[in-house]
Design a protein around this ligand. Structure first.
Ligand code: DQA
Length: 156
């Protein structure tokens, strides 16, 4: 069984601007809305979330490292660091917690430089293009996985 019944929700650079940033791509929901979606999804299972946002790569690494002992799983939208950061990938591997990578937009429909993620290979699941509902799907998946040992149709 999980130890903390807490998930860490991490949002990376520029996601603090949700609501006003490129609304045609990211919608009009704010980061506060995103965090409420995650908290509500977790709360419906009796779980809680710790939410963290930073525009700084090293702070994101620190937050991932701090998940050890304080969270059972991680939902991460690393923003543009998704496409550049070996440091974030190494941090996720180091802590070894279940991870879901989320992107609000469908990155596969966008520029070629968004097609590669350094994080996907170390994530248990990747959710793209579902808008901010992706955070809810990610929370539900992680809690199901952590509560039962494996999520319904999840690969091992
Ligand atoms: C994003 C997609 C990234 O390519 C971009 O750099 C972001 C947001 C998304 O949620 O769709 O900042 O992660």
């Amino acid at each position: 069984m999980p130890k903390t019944t807490t998930l860490l929700i991490i949002n990376g650079p520029n996601l603090n601007l949700l609501g006003t940033r490129e609304p045609a791509t990211y919608g009009t929901a704010t980061l506060t809305d995103v965090e409420a979606v995650a908290a509500d999804a977790a709360g419906s299972h009796g779980w809680t979330v710790n939410c963290f946002q930073s525009n700084h790569e090293g702070e994101l690494v620190d937050a991932i490292q701090a998940a050890t002992g304080t969270a059972d799983g991680i939902v991460i939208n690393a923003g543009a660091y998704t496409h550049t950061s070996i440091a974030l990938r190494d941090a996720l591997t180091a802590v070894g917690l279940p991870v879901v990578e989320v992107h609000i937009s469908n990155v596969h429909r966008r520029e070629e430089f968004r097609q590669h993620s350094y994080l996907s290979a170390v994530a248990d699941a990747v959710i793209v293009g579902a808008g901010i509902s992706g955070y809810r799907f990610a929370v539900d998946f992680l809690i199901e996985k952590l509560s039962s040992g494996s999520a319904g149709y999840a690969a091992p």
